[in-house]
Design a protein around this ligand. Structure first.
Ligand code: GTP
Ligand code: MG
Length: 195
């Protein structure tokens, strides 16, 4: 897809601040520092519209990015960041759970995982959760540039088995560094946005 416009809309802390224009939303979930914001930047060819950081826990709110004035990419705060307090973690859980279970304009969740490592317990929980609530999802295994391509199949297999990915589930290897998987992901996003 050709991105003709991408703009930051709002950093929402709760439902009262979500956009009310009814446009389809594609949300990105994943553990802190996995590369959600980088993925957004790569998808829209911008270096730093979505703020990235080598310090985990950078994205604290749900950041809405309006693409081509027709859909939103929603950057979630990452989970599993050790330095976040229990209270903050609980608040995060409530916000995300409420959003995922009630948001009618949500069309697809990109579950961003790190292709280099087996999924974390939180990744698995999020995956099971998406499945349980029948939320359309695609597992996006990013940072693929960090391992040689010859080893991808092994890592993909481990990831799929550990998460419980079934035939027919959507799964994509990705690299924000190189732009790998970008076109396939846009195709998925566009299909979901139209559904
Ligand atoms: P939070 O906002 O804390 O939840 O993190 P995030 O998931 O948004 O991660 P972010 O995009 O900020 O990336 C974290 C770090 O990983 C940064 O240093 C990025 O440059 C790096 N990174 C992200 N994606 C890739 C990738 O595909 N390849 C490589 N080599 N590095 C990546
Ligand atoms: Mg981020």
């Amino acid at each position: 897809m050709k991105v003709t416009s991408a703009e930051f809309r709002i950093s929402a802390v709760g439902p009262g601040q979500y956009p009310e224009d009814g446009l389809p939303e594609i949300a990105l979930a994943g553990r802190s520092n996995v590369g959600k914001s980088s993925l957004i930047n790569r998808m829209i060819n911008r270096k730093n519209l979505a703020r990235t950081s080598s310090t985990p826990g950078k994205t604290q709110h749900m950041n809405y990015y309006l693409i081509n004035e027709k859909l939103y990419l929603v950057d979630f705060p990452g989970y599993g960041y050790a330095k976040v307090s229990k209270t903050q973690r609980a608040a995060w859980g409530r916000m995300v759970e409420k959003y995922l279970s009630e948001r009618e304009t949500l069309k697809l969740v990109l579950l961003v995982v790190d292709l280099r490592h087996p999924p974390s317990a939180d990744d698995k929980m999020m995956f099971d959760w998406l499945r349980h609530y029948s939320i359309p999802f695609c597992v996006v295994a990013t940072k693929a540039d960090k391992i040689p391509k010859t080893r991808w199949p092994k890592h993909i297999k481990i990831m799929k088995e550990a998460l419980g990915v079934l035939p027919g589930d959507r799964f994509l290897s990705f690299s924000s560094e190189l732009g790998l998987g970008k076109e396939e992901l846009w195709t998925l996003i566009q299909e979901a946005a139209l559904s």
